[in-house]
Design a protein around this ligand. Structure first.
Ligand code: 5AD
Ligand code: SF4
Length: 491
């Protein structure tokens, strides 16, 4: 990561009278400097500071992308605002399910109202939804007040596109169909000083038959291991103690590199970085979860005792239709292997209800896996038909009524099992990364265990960002109440 001083140093060597460099990221720094000039002019004209607001829809990958967008907006002179009543609003969108799209259209109506009152306001839309042609057509015809639209492949061009749309003063649309490029070393603003997401790979090659992600995020591309390690080292130097390695399918990391590296080998290197105390990753595809990875996890002091292992369905027949490349039995064996190696592991999952052709028997298989595995928590989704995916044209789409009934039964089972499991650490002492002052009671701190469970306990805000020992006194549904253990030297 480049800090603010370094950015200034780079800016000093940029001459805006010369044409923009071709090479990245130099080209983007050129446009950041130019955009900053325009923002300064606008501030003078308006006689006040200008603000921005980035709203993230969807997954952790989008959240990380939003930090990159934020880094650029701050570099060019905007100050953060806490709502859409700002001078520059970005919606970083998701399209994994239909309702994600509808939310964005709904919110755009409000933004239009804000822009009527503040005509200099800029509205930018980016992320997965923008990679869909029908969406962009709709925006072009019915949402002309949007200033800038770009996609997932050219997010690194944000500064350049801001300049273009400021200069042309009309809707700027730049969507790429795909890319091989990974642009490193752009500014980014981390949301938390003590923990950060780290992209290890982009895109997905799995083509699960219901999923739109491979179409909107493109083919799998892994970052060079040296780049990842360099970034994590600089985070550690900056006070980060926990990292979350991000990718649509992290354990297929490295397969497409010129010199292939396994995800397990990458983890071994990350483990050596001083200052990093906790390593998380998501999402793991069951078909790629190797024995080598389980070994590395079991031997590690830093890799957290939590794995997110999407099941999607418990029926081998449906899994085959979903193109998931594992059976119910293989999934259960994998869980067994993980639990044997690491008995305290928390396992969470994603499940889809109502995939085309799902019968009552298929659904019962899913319920069976849920009971056998005993998930610590599970995200349950109603199947959403995504145009362009193979499942969208499959016959036997399940009726809304049946889906609703199954979804209710699944949710009840998931919640019952999760609440049974959640108290199992009561009475133990655990290492907690302190994250925030409790929202409801400012005498309490809130933090997380290695297995991701939430714990509240009395303590001073100065402990935020540190790892402390806490005795877990009581489990209240989905969180624990605990007591800070002070060591001799701290008393
Ligand atoms: N319908 C419902 N859920 C979906 N997911 C992905 N695509 C769809 C879809 N078309 C879910 C999967 C995935 C999670 C991120 O979203 O469970 O793991
Ligand atoms: Fe979608 Fe499957 Fe890729 Fe996950 S692994 S992003 S569900 S295609």
């Amino acid at each position: 990561m480049l800090d603010k001083e370094k950015t200034e140093e780079i800016f000093q060597n940029i001459n805006l009278n010369e044409p923009a460099p071709e090479k990245e990221p130099d080209r983007q720094y050129y446009f950041m400097k130019k955009a900053r000039l325009y923002v300064q002019q606008l501030k003078q004209q308006m006689g006040r500071e200008l603000t921005f607001f980035v709203k993230t829809f969807g997954c952790q990958m989008n959240a990380r992308d939003s930090e990159k967008l934020t880094g650029i907006l701050e570099t060019i002179g905007y100050l953060p605002a806490d709502s859409e009543k700002a001078d520059f609003v970005v919606y970083n969108t998701c399209t994994v399910r239909e309702n994600a799209n509808n939310k964005v259209y709904g919110k755009l109506g409000y933004l239009h109202g804000y822009k009527d009152k503040n005509p200099e306001m800029m509205i930018a839309l980016c992320g997965c939804m923008m990679q869909e042609e029908t969406v962009v057509e709709k925006l072009k015809s019915s949402y002309r007040f949007v200033d800038l639209i770009f996609g997932t492949h050219n997010i690194f061009q944000f500064a350049e596109l801001i300049v273009k749309s400021m200069e042309e003063k009309q809707m700027t649309v730049e969507i790429w169909e795909g890319t091989e490029q990974i642009v490193e070393n752009l500014p980014n603003e981390r949301k938390y000083p003590f923990k950060s997401g780290v992209n290890v790979m982009y895109g997905c090659n799995n083509f699960c038959s219901y999923c739109i992600v491979p179409y909107v995020r493109g083919r799998e591309r892994s970052r060079q291991p040296e780049e990842i390690l360099k970034e994590i080292r600089s985070f550690a130097a900056d006070g980060v103690v926990e990292i979350m390695l991000l990718g649509q399918n992290v354990n297929s990391y490295g397969k497409t590199l010129e010199h292939p590296v396994t995800f397990a080998a990458l983890l071994r290197e990350i483990e050596k970085i001083k200052g990093i105390e906790r390593i998380r990753f998501m999402t793991s595809h069951p078909k790629d979860l190797s024995d080598e990875l389980i070994e590395v996890m079991a031997a590690s002091e830093k890799i957290c005792r939590h794995i997110h292992l999407p099941l999607q369905s418990g029926s081998s027949r449906i899994l085959n239709q979903m193109n998931r490349h594992y059976t119910k039995e293989q999934y259960l064996e994998l869980v067994e292997k993980i639990r044997t190696a690491m008995p305290d592991m928390a396992i969470t999952t994603d499940i889809i209800v109502g995939f085309p052709g799902e019968t009552e028997e298929d659904f019962e298989e899913t319920m069976d896996v849920v009971k056998k595995v005993g998930y610590d928590s599970a995200f349950t989704f109603v199947y959403s038909k995504r145009t362009g995916t193979p499942a969208a044209i499959m016959e036997n789409q399940v009726s809304e009524e049946t889906v609703k009934d199954r979804f209710g039964r699944l949710l009840a089972a998931v919640q019952e099992i999760a609440s049974e499991k959640s108290g199992r650490f009561t009475g133990t002492c655990q290492k907690i990364l302190v994250e925030t002052v409790n929202e409801q009671d400012d005498k309490l701190l809130t933090g997380r265990m290695s297995n991701n469970s939430v714990v509240h306990f009395k303590g001073d805000a100065s402990l935020i960002g540190t790892i402390v020992d806490v005795a877990l006194k009581e489990c209240k549904g989905f969180y624990y109440m605990g007591e800070l253990i002070l060591h001799e030297t701290e008393k």
